[in-house]
Write a protein that binds this ligand. Structure first.
Ligand SMILES: CC(=O)N[C@H]1[C@@H](OP(=O)(O)OP(=O)(O)OC[C@H]2O[C@@H](n3ccc(=O)[nH]c3=O)[C@H](O)[C@@H]2O)O[C@H](CO)[C@@H](O)[C@@H]1O
Ligand SMILES: C=C(OP(=O)(O)O)C(=O)O
Length: 420
């Protein structure tokens, strides 16, 4: 099994390119199920989750032609199966994103229930209720969501009790082909939802209120294929900025979009980082200093993202002062804390809050990755810790970070992938 071996202590410096956003690419690949025409998607990140999503379409008889320039061509016209099997869904919860498009376009879907995961129970009740409100008949049996509709789905008024990103995306996609108008209230405003909506509009969908919490979709009879480039990954961007900040380094990240990272950049500036931005780049210079501790509270966009919480815990662990991280989105997203403690971090967890007393030095140790962002935080801690850190279960990281060791090596880090 692959592991990452890190020798900490190098100040990161240099330039790297940010990849396309995993969390936009996944729903946009699923959107190809809404048309029988060819869909061309560009700026795809090279990630395990993308491979899994394409494999999922492959199980349905759909071929994806992968181009050399990080693009893929998909044509759902060849579909012959409407099942998302447990074997794939258990490795990637975002497989649930095929549910809405399959029912809306083909009138049937059989999608395995994702189940809980390391960061919380993560139910999909709001996806199911929304589709039922649109007229789908849904039975949950043998661990599968079986959905059917006789004719087109019907437009409906849907209120999300909780802001849900993939829930909004699933119902948004379903609504594009429904008969009549669908109103999604308390919808997610994440940039990845906006990117999906822009792609759907390019396919011929009629959508208003994109980027607000009230999305109105006037259903159309058919959608056409389009060519669409995925937006940059704001979480990958934020992770490399924190990597530079904790090592006192100076980096420039290209092919990104600073306007997607307001809440993160504010916290990094508060921590003492000198940040400059251009239209598609961000530079951060820590000038060799330790960061100052910052308080963070996660909440839906545009607030501070839960997917950056673990990384900021590491920033606080090596900062001057004491910082607090409060997680309000997922009930169990502190699995990295125990591992950070093994590197010497001083963290006290109480309910959804962790209080971190910054230390001048962390020390390397073997640690175990438990989920995607938890793993990223362990790599960041390893970069700053004195001595050697070995991060095990790297497959979690490969779900969401393209060539992480190569990108960090380009910034001067001592990090290697080993298979022992
Ligand atoms: C592939 C993808 O885009 N993943 C992101 C997406 O996950 P995902 O879309 O799974 O997360 P949600 O936005 O749905 O979850 C937010 C909260 O709503 C709850 N909930 C959700 C759906 C539902 O039917 N019922 C319910 O109670 C969840 O348990 C959680 O507490 O948004 C999360 C929150 O920004 C991010 O951390 C993930 O990286
Ligand atoms: C939690 C994440 O992904 P997923 O929703 O696919 O588990 C993430 O990207 O941090």
């Amino acid at each position: 099994m692959d592991k990452l071996l890190i020798n900490g202590g190098t100040r990161l410096a240099g330039e790297i390119r940010i990849s396309g956003a995993k969390n936009a690419a996944l729903p946009i690949i699923a959107s190809a199920l809404l048309t029988k025409e060819f869909q061309t998607i560009r700026n795809l990140p090279h990630l395990q989750d993308i491979t899994t999503m394409l494999e999922l379409l492959g199980c349905m008889g759909i071929q994806a032609i992968i181009g050399e320039d990080m693009s893929v061509e998909i044509c759902a016209g060849q579909i012959n199966d409407f099942t998302a099997p447990y074997s794939l869904v258990k490795t990637m919860r975002a497989s649930i994103l095929v549910l809405g498009p399959l029912v809306a376009h083909f009138g049937q879907a059989r999608v395995s229930l994702p189940g809980g995961c390391a960061i919380g129970s993560r139910p999909v009740d709001l996806h199911i209720k929304g589709l039922e409100a649109m007229g789908a008949e849904i039975r949950v049996e043998d661990g599968y969501i079986n959905a059917r509709t006789n004719g087109r789905l019907k437009g409906a008024k849907i209120f999300f009790d909780t802001v849900t990103v993939t829930g909004t995306e699933n119902l948004l996609m379903a609504a594009t082909l429904a008969e009549g108008t669908t109103v999604l209230e308390n919808a997610a405003k994440e940039p990845e939802v906006v990117d999906l909506a822009k792609c759907l509009i390019a396919m011929g969908a009629d959508i208003e209120g994109v980027g607000t919490d009230r999305i109105v979709v006037h259903g159309v009879e058919a959608l056409k294929g389009c060519e669409y480039a995925i937006l940059p990954d704001r979480i990958e961007t934020g992770t490399y900025l924190v990597a530079a900040a904790v090592t006192g380094g100076c980096v420039k990240l290209k092919n990104t979009d600073p306007s997607l990272l307001d809440a993160v950049l504010i916290k990094l500036r508060e921590s003492g980082a000198h940040i400059e931005t251009g239209e598609d780049w961000i530079s951060l210079d820590m000038q060799g200093r330790r960061p100052k501790a910052v308080d963070v509270l996660t909440a839906p966009y545009p607030a501070f993202p839960t997917d950056m919480q673990a990384q900021f815990t590491v920033l606080n662990a090596v900062a001057e002062g004491t910082g607090t991280v409060i997680e309000t989105v997922f009930e169990n997203r502190f699995m990295h804390i125990q591992e950070l403690t093994r590197l010497g971090a001083d963290c006290q967890v109480s309910g959804n809050t962790v209080v971190i007393k910054g230390k001048e030095l962390l020390t390397g140790a073997p640690v175990m990755a438990t989920d995607l962002r938890a793993s990223a935080s362990l790599v960041l801690a390893g970069l700053v810790a004195e001595g050697q850190t070995m991060v095990d279960r790297v497959y979690h990281i490969d779900r969401g970070y393209e060539c992480i060791e190569e990108k960090l090596q380009n910034l001067g880090a001592s990090i290697q992938r080993v298979n022992i």
